[in-house]
Design a protein around this ligand. Sequence first.
Ligand SMILES: NC(=O)C1=CN([C@@H]2O[C@H](COP(=O)(O)OP(=O)(O)OC[C@H]3O[C@@H](n4cnc5c(N)ncnc54)[C@H](O)[C@@H]3O)[C@@H](O)[C@H]2O)C=CC1
Ligand SMILES: O=C(O)C1=N[C@H](C(=O)O)C[C@H](O)C1
Length: 252
Amino acid sequence: MVRAIMHGCNGKMGQVISGLAKADEQIEIVAGIDRYMGITNDYPVFDSIEKCDVEADVVIDFSNAAAVDALLKYCVEKALPVVLCTTGLSEEQLAKVEEAAGKTAVLKSANMSLGINLLMKLLQDAAKVLGPAGYDIELVEKHHNQKVDAPSGTALALADSINEALDQEYTYVYDRSQVRQKRDQKEIGISAVRGGTIVGDHEVIFAGVDEVIEFKHTAYSKSVFGKGAVEAAKFLAGKPAGRYDMSDVIHF
Ligand SMILES: NC(=O)C1=CN([C@@H]2O[C@H](COP(=O)(O)OP(=O)(O)OC[C@H]3O[C@@H](n4cnc5c(N)ncnc54)[C@H](O)[C@@H]3O)[C@@H](O)[C@H]2O)C=CC1
Ligand SMILES: O=C(O)C1=N[C@H](C(=O)O)C[C@H](O)C1
């Protein structure tokens, strides 16, 4: 049985994971961390990670970028593997993630769903053909109105995946409103839409002369992310220090 600490336990994803873990004999949430205390859970909840003295094998994190520095410090000190799902980390924080991975196992992924992780692979094949053929690449993501970061971590990860296939030659453009010039061919435009309860839509558009190829992923429920995170936690418990991602968990 894998013992997990749920960081951000009283948030939307924290509650999805709590529900999934209850129905799973291979994982148990032994403690939760959240600064919001308005929910009753069947495990002890602490208002900050530093206060948690419960023994565990892994941490699952769906919280807020502002909470990630303290989390990494705690996991490094306790040599505790961490599945890092929070998005919107700064460049400085991304460097801290790499540093932490030198001391404990860190699996970071902006999207835990099978579909998006497959899409990242498919896009690399498409980009290798369509990029050199001069197709313009644009990405549009849509999320619910409670989301604080933009663009989504997934949109950035999809763009990174495409750019890797194209020898890192592309730059990202987030806002065209102040730019009075035509797009450069080696740009990836990234646009964010926020509204209602949209769980998560990602569309990648390759636009050429007289034809357009579109790839689209739609998440209809947060459980697609939750299931991936639970599998990632089971995978990461007991692993040596290092940087892991969902390609270590999902084998295509
Ligand atoms: N990698 C993936 O597949 C996915 C990642 N996410 C990301 O996960 C994060 C959380 O998403 P949601 O659950 O929808 O958000 P949410 O806002 O519903 O939940 C976040 C929880 O973290 C808590 N929190 C915030 N700061 C804290 C702190 N300093 N200490 C302790 N607790 C703190 C909040 O009180 C809240 O309960 C976001 O960054 C989101 O983008 C969300 C879905 C899928
Ligand atoms: O905040 C969300 O909800 C989501 N965030 C992740 C992201 O920023 O990519 C993943 C998913 O799309 C849902």
